[in-house]
Design a protein around this ligand. Structure first.
Ligand code: ADP
Ligand code: GLC
Length: 468
């Protein structure tokens, strides 16, 4: 069975968040299963990966986007270094950028990616068994292969749409239809939601099946989905919640080259302490105190707007008996407020930016990882932290509630229900109680490291769905 994953991100080629981790790992694990050939198609980016690897040009052609004729090249990475065939679609001016997102003409960029990829497959008469589309950036693919004559070679190919984040739907005005490959005008309703082209809604309507990255999140979408609640209820019959795994080869504390001191479950207590001491020294924190960490985008969906208040209140209320470290960037109000506190409080350290190596060090060094998300379709941070023996403190939502059970019911993490500073502080206080009971804390570290979040099980679930 041949599966093509279409995505705008893939680790380690280009990563903004968890989408990259999933698309960089899932196909690799799928390929370990008999008779599965999973590949990835993504836009070409001006990133170090493309200069460090050799590529073959497998296609060179043209598409029309409105009045513009665009050159489309498809480059295949020669050595299958990632454990799957990687194809990068290059379109000068649109798909040769430094980063996946953040451009004013993103709608043109993502339309060009979908159009270019399908044009290549059709022109070369490559007919996959499954086209697996990730998030709204590839959400129009199921519509396009059915209703754009240009892709008639692909008509009938089965499609899976995976919703990694329903907060982003890619809505655009109907004017943009002029920049799509021409399509059967009578089918316009399959792209429409409330007077806009909505690629995520179209994916739900047109894909053979669609999935969310946890069962918990799927259930939440019925009641909270930025206006698509009734659609997901109508299409429930083809909806599946499949939890993400983690790449245990990349995220292995025993071999991770980004750590100062590697460890396994046997020597975790001592080695984590050494990692923590080194990190605390670098950032002027106090290694003898518990270390709470946050890693992520400063967005309201992540609850990052609570962080400034959490920093000052937790430090004040504990009389300075804890450290907090934050790695991330995003909303400038949050950034500025945190910078101010970084200046005021010696128990607080801030590193603004995206630093893959530092995230690994923090997962290995921290005692607790905070995830106060308002919305969390799956969340990978909590699983990385658990694998690295760090106790997750999470809001009970989406994938977090599917992966982290509270200590009060026999789990190895801490849950809280309401997204707000009071509840986070209460959870931190519970964590401090645990931290001060040495034996209990050590048991928790071991229990977390023992969890199995390997991709194998979820990779199998996707294959079962493809076969179905
Ligand atoms: P999302 O994709 O919504 O941001 P996930 O929990 O699925 O959330 O994945 C986030 C991924 O991005 C994880 O691999 C996490 O370690 C990483 N990450 C987030 N922010 C940073 C940062 N500032 N520096 C390094 N890695 C980060
Ligand atoms: C999205 C979600 C996150 C999930 C990731 C990978 O970025 O916000 O919760 O883990 O996709 O599926």
């Amino acid at each position: 069975m041949v599966v093509y994953h279409l995505s705008t991100e893939c680790y380690p080629v280009a990563k903004v968040g968890g989408l990259a981790d999933v698309v960089g790992a899932l196909p690799k694990y799928q390929n370990k299963i008999k008779d599965i050939d999973a590949k990835v198609v993504m836009p070409w980016y001006n990133k170090s990966f493309v200069y460090d690897h050799e590529f073959d040009m497998v296609f060179d052609g043209f598409i029309h986007q409105g009045p513009n004729m665009l050159q489309v090249q498809v480059l295949k990475e020669k050595s299958n270094a990632l454990g799957f065939e990687l194809y990068m679609v290059k379109i000068p001016g649109l798909l040769d950028r430094d980063n996946p997102y953040g451009y004013e003409d993103e709608s043109f960029q993502f339309l060009a990616f979908q159009h270019g990829a399908l044009h290549w497959l059709s022109a070369m008469e490559i007919r996959p068994d499954i086209l697996h589309c990730h998030d709204y950036h590839t959400g129009l693919v199921p519509f396009m292969i059915e209703y754009c004559p240009e892709f008639k070679f692909l008509k009938g190919v089965k499609t899976i749409g995976t919703i990694h984040n329903g907060e982003y739907q890619g809505m655009m005005s109907w004017d943009m239809a002029n920049y799509m490959p021409s399509f059967d005008q009578y089918k316009w309703g399959l792209m429409d939601w409330n007077g806009y082209i909505n690629p995520l809604a179209s994916m739900i309507k047109c894909a053979t099946a669609f999935t969310t990255v946890s069962q918990g999140y799927l259930e939440e979408l019925f009641v909270s989905f930025r206006g698509l609640e009734s659609l997901v209820r109508d299409e429930f019959g083809k909806a599946y919640g499949i939890i993400n795994g983690i790449d245990t080869e990349v995220w292995n504390p025993e071999t991770d080259p980004m750590l100062d001191f590697n460890f396994n479950i046997k020597n975790a207590i001592a080695q984590k302490k050494k990692n923590k001491e080194k990190l605390c020294k670098e950032y002027g924190l106090k290694p003898e105190l518990p270390l709470f960490a946050f890693i992520g985008r400063f967005a309201t969906e992540k609850g990052a707007d609570f962080l400034p208040d959490v920093v000052w209140r937790s430090i004040k209320q504990s009389y300075g008996a804890l450290n907090i470290m934050i790695l991330g960037s995003g909303n400038s109000y949050i950034e500025n407020k945190l910078k101010e506190y970084d200046y005021i409080y010696t128990n607080f350290a801030l590193d603004l930016g995206y630093k893959e190596y530092l995230s690994h060090k923090i997962y290995a060094s921290a005692d607790f990882l905070l995830m106060p998300s308002r919305v969390e379709p799956c969340g990978l941070n909590q699983m990385y932290s658990m694998r690295y023996g760090t106790v997750p403190i999470v809001r009970y939502t989406g994938g977090l509630r599917d992966t982290v059970e509270d200590i009060s019911t026999g789990g190895a993490g801490i849950n809280f229900t309401f997204p707000g500073v009071d509840d986070i502080i209460h959870a931190i206080n519970r964590a401090l109680l645990v931290y001060n009971q040495k034996e209990e804390m050590e048991n928790l570290i071991h229990a977390n490291m023992n969890f199995d979040f390997a991709w194998e099980k979820s990779a199998e679930k996707y294959i079962a769905l493809y076969k179905n």
